[in-house]
Write a protein that binds this ligand. Sequence first.
Ligand SMILES: [Zn+2]
Length: 287
Amino acid sequence: MKKAVKPILFLLLLLGLAALLFLRFQQMGGEAPDAPGAEPAPQLTVPPASPAPSDIPTAAATAAPTSTPEPTIEPTPEPTPTADPNSPAGRAAALGLPAPPDVDVTSWELVLVNAAHPIDRNYEPEIAFVTASQCPQDVRISEALEAFAGDCAAAGLPVFCGSGYRSYTTQYMNYQAKAAEYGAAVAATIVAPPGTSEHQTGLCCDITDWLRAPMVPAELSQTQTFHWLNEHCAEYGFILRYPEDKQEITGIIYEPWHFRYVGVEAAAYIKENNLCLEEFLALYGVD
Ligand SMILES: [Zn+2]
């Protein structure tokens, strides 16, 4: 019997030691590997990783467009002249006209005489006489008029300078004669009342093919002489002073014979842009 008890006691002793070791291990917080029935170690819940600083969208990054658009290019405006609207160039531009020449509108060449701009009754220019017909002119235009009329004759056309400078007294008599015939209102459109006639300046000339009386616009406008004079007048500094389509502005009937000296620059601009003298001078503030 004693021989059987000893191994059993020894085994119990071993089991007790094993139990003590186990308990001791448990108290130390350890965990028996693969211990049967052990709770699985709680998994740490790792919060979603915060975005790396480099991933945090910044205002700049948000604003950055996905693609850089081409900068809007405004169509290049026409190089509009920035002329003062009250300058000749500015007034011309407002009418769709090119810049007018740099001329002095107070010079003798551009003096304006009409119903609204009378000339002093005592004004008398220094006179010269055109060779062809001894027509009196302001001496300052005689050379240009000689060339103008002379070249027309050289082109094989008859040319006659019928009336240039007329004094106030002569104009008075002419006007009175027309007024007696047509009445003052109509007479004023045919013969300028004294003091309002350009002829008193001596800067103009009635040029026809022959001596004609009366002067009939419909007839004169058909002559070869008129066609030549009208085509070439600006080359000599002259303009057709009373065009057919400007009668409301000039206040004078169509006169396809009355040529006025204004200087080559002004004449070229006036002809190219189909103006009358009143319209041209208005560009410079003359009203
Ligand atoms: Zn005339």
